[in-house]
Design a protein around this ligand. Structure first.
Ligand code: ADP
Ligand code: MG
Length: 149
């Protein structure tokens, strides 16, 4: 297991980190994103999409749980499970197609569905530290060596 910590001082820097991850992401990889509301999960996700070559605008799929983007070098499955009421909603959307599919999958608020997360993950946590300023974010990335360069 490898762990990387990156500190960013602006949304642009968080976007750039996401973009770098997206450029190197291998199809089949699942990324989980955790952090409070406003931490920067969606900003990071937009960077990942850009890194995959997606030009369509990416926003949080709040009312649909999953949004699929086909315009990049591989499919991109963006899930935001913030509003999930019951884990059975994940069965309804056919989550296994996304977790075990041939695209890159990224899940915002993944801690809410911990019981069904796949074994192999790259876990990304974004945290504020107000003592270091409003725009400071500490981003921790944890995953297997080959999935985290
Ligand atoms: P989340 O998806 O985690 O709820 P968003 O990505 O939607 O959060 O929003 C993050 C907000 O924080 C944006 O308004 C963004 O401009 C702001 N922000 C300030 N500094 C940073 C930073 N270093 N990284 C990411 N976002 C930042
Ligand atoms: Mg979000």
């Amino acid at each position: 297991m490898k762990e990387m910590i990156v500190e960013t001082l602006s949304p642009e820097e968080t976007f750039e980190l996401g973009k770098k991850i997206g450029q190197e992401a291998m199809p089949g990889t699942v990324y989980t994103l955790t952090g409070d509301l406003g931490a920067g999960k969606t900003v990071f996700t937009q960077g990942v999409a850009a890194g995959l070559g997606i030009t369509e605008p990416v926003n949080s799929p709040t009312f649909t749980i999953v949004q699929i983007y086909e315009g990049g070098r591989c499919p991109f499955y963006h899930l935001d499970v913030y509003r999930i009421g019951d884990i059975s909603e994940m069965d309804e959307i056919g989550y296994e197609d996304y977790f075990y599919g041939d695209g890159v999958c990224l899940i915002e608020w993944a801690d809410l569905i911990e019981e069904i997360l796949p074994e192999h993950l790259v876990r990304i946590q974004i945290a504020k530290d107000l003592e270091k300023g409003f725009d400071y974010r500490k981003i921790s990335l944890q995953g297997e060596e080959n999935k985290l360069k």
